[in-house]
Write a protein that binds this ligand. Sequence first.
Ligand code: ADP
Ligand code: MG
Length: 360
Amino acid sequence: MARIDLKSLAHSYFPDPKTDEDYALRRMEHVWEDGGAYALLGPSGCGKTTLLNIISGLLTPSHGQVLFDGKDVTSLAPEERNIAQVFQFPVIYDTMTVYDNLAFPLRNRGIDEKRVDARVREIAGMLDLNGKLKQKARGLGADEKQTISLGRGLVRDDVSAILFDEPLTVIDPHLKWVLRRKLKEIHNKLRPTMVYVTHDQVEALTFADKVVVMYGGKVVQLGTPQELFENPAHTFVGYFIGSPGMNIMDCKIDDGAAWVDGQRIGLSNRHLEAVSKQTGKLELGIRPEFLTLETGNADKGSDGIEVNITKVEDLGQFKIATTRFGTSEIKVKLGEDEQVVGQSGILRFVPEWTKLYADS
Ligand code: ADP
Ligand code: MG
């Protein structure tokens, strides 16, 4: 398995790109460690498939290089790169048995039959395909065919990396959970370098050690699920990760604090220093989980903001209150039993969890 370096990578599908907007990928500069489980997460159209296809060699980048373990592979064809790739839809041979489908990538490399057999049975066992090995793929359902595709991606143990492009799209929701867990188990056991593309945060956060969040052709943050939750580097990460995402408001800095709609919001010195030289637009972000809301004649004190509670949504495991002051709407996560719609309350920001974003 390999370490993957992306060096000054950029790609445009236009023959003669002029502006930044003409690029599907812009300025990628990253190192993905050997044996890592990476998820590429971002909305549709942000460049995930483009990046994956550049790594696998299906696409040649307009600029920059891809290195596997320090070796430049940018101009190598996919079959010369030693990569396994699993796509959104099954890529299998309908007329072959499940066994032969799984064995294909190994036989193709001239691996001896004894080793092929051991490996096919090992992977089939992991994916619960052992009972179906003798069946022709043709008669199987879409879920089973895609499971075979996953198996074909996993069966070789000598690839530099395994790339998955939204592989669970056609799978029904229950089996999705099962397969996602299996992929994670397989990663823990065999430690291949895996890159898993998805637009689904739950999928990314459960699969990956490191999540690469993409937005508008760029990586806006690469971090552990916890880092993305606690310290979003960009308002997009705050908004996209979490449910609901981060509250984001325009703010001004004055007198050692942030001001939103005429209300003072205390900040940590660390956050204040980070923006002290910024002159452009500033936004303040805080997650619904990190705010406190007190009702019933709570004391405003020096750091509270008076709010009206306009809505409470029950999301099953928890509730989300929408609070309002001035023209700002702020979502707050509530404990189980709070009945607060129509009441007023006191909202408190915790300085350490209140983030500032400049020009994002
Ligand atoms: P994602 O996989 O994140 O949905 P893609 O990598 O498929 O995003 O697409 C990134 C951008 O490149 C989009 O704006 C898309 O319209 C454009 N694009 C993708 N493939 C092509 C192509 N073959 N020709 C022209 N534009 C493309
Ligand atoms: Mg895609």
